[in-house]
Design a protein around this ligand. Sequence first.
Ligand code: NAD
Length: 428
Amino acid sequence: MSATTYNPFENAQIQFDAIAENLGLESGMRELLRQPMKEIHFTIPVKMDDGSTKVFQAFRIRHNNARGPGKGGIRFHPHETADTVRALAMWMTWKCAVVDIPLGGGKGGIICDPQTLSKSELEKLCRGYVRKIWNQIGHEIDIPAPDMGSNAQCMLWMMDEYETIVAGHYPGVITGKPVGMGGSLGRTEATGFGVIYTLKDLLRYMNIPIGTTTASIQGFGNVAEYAAQMYTELGGKVIAVSCWNQADKTAYTFKKSGGCNIAELVKIKDSFGSIDKTKAQSLGYEILHGDDWIKQEVDILIPAALENQITPAVFPNISKKVKVICEAANGPTTPDCDKLIKERGIEMLPDFLCNAGGVTCSYFEQVQCNMNYFWDKAEVLEKLEYSMTKAFRAVYDLAKEKNIYMRDAAYIIAINRVANAVKLRGWA
Ligand code: NAD
């Protein structure tokens, strides 16, 4: 089934409802936690380079702030919808809770295709976003960050606009900024490295040496690149990566049976994570259909691009060799496919645990900004690995103790923590 037939927010609610039922949450608590607490829908007019005005639709949605200020990226994507942002905001609440950082869940989005905007149009869009919601964000309210299609430069323009409006220095208003401008060392790598920290722990428990494994990855953007880098450094072999090609408006899979050379691919990709087809071909890569990444005979599948990619329709294409699905992206598996994955006995590293390295490092960035004292990279990565490993072990141990799917175990831990905060505050 194609990605467009699934609604990510419905998926997020289906996942929540099942665990709420299992935990016996009372109805008021369920009603509160299954929807966002606050939504802002707005437009951003941008004077384009050709003199015309283009109006962009945008969102900032806060799912829950019982455990701390909202936290979550701003996605720049042509197919962004309010429901995608709602789902991502909800998953952020569970993500911050599962890694036990004192933050809630939020998310933003702008319906736009950043690849078609000039630098000055992109800057105007970023500044326009902040002009519309500056009084709804802040290090004590809601802290945005980058997501698909946005980057450190976008965050810096946003911080600068905020500081201009409120007339002061508030680097903790936003994370994912460039290093030297309030950014944290290690933030760029954090999500991808965090994915592999959890994978490494899981494989150790499964008694599989990581150096004997192979993987296929969907996406070659920020998360996928650093996941691939750390995975290959640990001895794993990436057989294929797929990515979107803007010129052809098509996705392709780049395959090398002997293993992709990640450093080589990084050199021929653009800032949006698209690999140059012609250059890849000349380096000996086979170029396959975009969906072929999932068909590879590998031990590990790493979806690191979009939601709703692993569905019952594509499940039969997954090789019997696959032992682990490592959800680097948010919501890549649909709830109806979870059943099939469980039945086949594939281990699932669920998204809001597996890709929590980004928000954990964003939290570190905020802490460093608030102290105005910055740690070196080794210290950041050491703290990151400690947090990811601790969260993974709690989830894994619960899953084994209760003989349940790891996604369910992660949900039980996260929902219990948030529900407890809600109760202590007296909201429900
Ligand atoms: P990115 O914009 O840097 O990269 C996205 C990648 O996906 C690109 O390589 C793009 O070509 C590829 N892609 C897009 N459509 C595709 C398709 N149809 N088939 C194959 N590839 C396709 O984004 P990112 O920051 O790497 O985020 C990837 C995923 O990880 C998203 O789900 C995001 O929400 C999630 N995530 C990101 C972070 C972070 O810190 N960046 C943190 C947690 C979760």
